[in-house]
Design a protein around this ligand. Structure first.
Ligand code: SF4
Ligand code: SF4
Length: 380
């Protein structure tokens, strides 16, 4: 089979496997090396220090994969429902739409693995390497080069026909394949995503300050969410969709019928009080096979406590009292902060009791500040 015919078959096979749009990009040094260096120097990567560690590999993929000649890039639609949280049954807290179904890493790795085997069968002796999210490659740049979309001002990849509710995956291959043409940037004069971001995490078009982004704060950040950023998180407990919800290109997007991305039963037990109560056994059982495992129990409960305070959820704030003796200091600190936003003698006594036995210095400080700052109406 000649190369153009192979690419045609490959795209058909990708669609059959549920990968959506598939494009081909040549492997070449990044056009964004200076931008990325500056972005890292400004501290926009926050605690994601692996980005700096793998910088050279990212900007020049042939450093690590000398054999790679092309990237087969997929952009898979995942929109599970239109509208807001109504379709997250029982869920009071907000979870980014990509995480309401099965863990997309597992889903896409399986499909891309099958496509990689197809390539190896059609062109024996070909090397392949599959990545979803975690590889040392600049996946959005590869996707833009492969013509499956353009890099929007909100830093999401917007699909060629308009729609940023897509998940990316790549197969690096030693095959030299005819590349697709990139898509022109169609953001134009729009600034809807920049204006709507609740935390000002897009300081300039095409620039994301991760340290302010709710997705980073609720998923990647392993420590306490900085005090000055907690209110901005609102009621998101995992990720954030705001800059996609407001994007005009997403307005007409129809939900996918792909069963992997439909809301799972784990959401029915994920209202804020249930999340605050979560113990390790329930966490592992309820969220197995979903992306919600990523921040671990301590991260998810921390987020739920912040969301409980921000949304003035009295039932969830009540559940914060037992969390003052949680094994994880981050959870205890977030519980103190959440309780500090409410009033009442019972909460004061709980905070004072926790203060007397707390051994972690950062958590003691959270309790002290909660006791100092505590205001609002008496609820508990
Ligand atoms: Fe802002 Fe949310 Fe988009 Fe992050 S995901 S840039 S917090 S709107
Ligand atoms: Fe581009 Fe507007 Fe969409 Fe932002 S909201 S990504 S500026 S089209």
């Amino acid at each position: 089979m000649d190369r153009p015919a192979l690419v045609r078959r490959l795209k058909e096979r990708g669609a059959e496997l549920g990968l959506g749009a598939v494009g081909i990009a040549p492997i070449a040094p990044s056009d964004h090396e200076t931008f990325l260096k500056d972005w890292l120097a400004r501290g926009h990567a926050g605690s994601m220090d692996w980005m700096a560690r793998t910088f050279q590999d990212r900007v020049d993929p042939n450093r690590r994969f000398a054999w790679a000649r092309s990237a087969v890039v997929s952009a898979t639609s995942y929109l599970p429902y239109r509208g807001e949280r109504a379709a997250q049954p029982g869920l009071v807290a907000h979870i980014a739409r990509y995480a309401v179904g099965r863990d997309y890493h597992d889903v896409l790795l399986g499909r891309l693995g099958a496509l990689a085997r197809f390539i190896e069968e059609e062109a024996p002796g070909t090397r392949t390497r599959v990545y979803v999210d975690t590889g040392p490659v600049l996946e959005r740049e590869l996707a833009a080069r492969a013509g499956v979309g353009w890099f929007g001002k909100n830093t999401n990849l917007i699909g060629a026909r308009g729609n940023s509710w897509t998940l990316l995956g790549q197969i690096l291959t030693s095959l030299e394949l005819p590349p697709d043409a990139p898509v022109t940037d169609r953001c134009g004069t729009c600034t809807a995503c920049i204006d709507a971001c609740p935390t000002g995490a897009i300081p300039a078009p095409y620039v994301l300050d991760s340290t302010r982004c709710i997705s980073y704060l609720t998923i990647e950040l392993k420590d306490a969410i900085p005090r000055d950023k907690r209110e901005g998180v609102g009621d998101w407990v995992f990720g954030c969709d705001v800059c996609q919800e407001v994007c005009p290109w997403n307005r007409r997007e129809e939900p996918t019928g792909d069963s992997a991305f439909q809301a799972g039963s784990h959401l029915q037990e994920s209202d804020l009080p249930a999340l605050v109560r979560l113990d390790e056994t329930a966490f592992r059982a309820r969220y197995a096979g979903t992306a919600l495992l990523r921040p671990r129990r301590r991260g998810l409960v921390r987020n739920a406590l912040v969301a409980a305070a921000n949304s003035r959820n009295d039932e969830a704030i009540e559940e914060a009292i037992p969390r003052l003796s949680d094994p994880e200091p981050i959870v205890r600190g977030a519980a103190a902060w959440a309780l500090g936003t409410a009033g009442g003698g019972r909460i004061r006594r709980a905070l004072e009791g926790a203060r007397a036995t707390e051994t972690d210095a950062a958590t003691r400080l959270e309790i002290d500040l909660a006791l100092e700052d505590r205001g609002g109406t008496v609820r508990v």
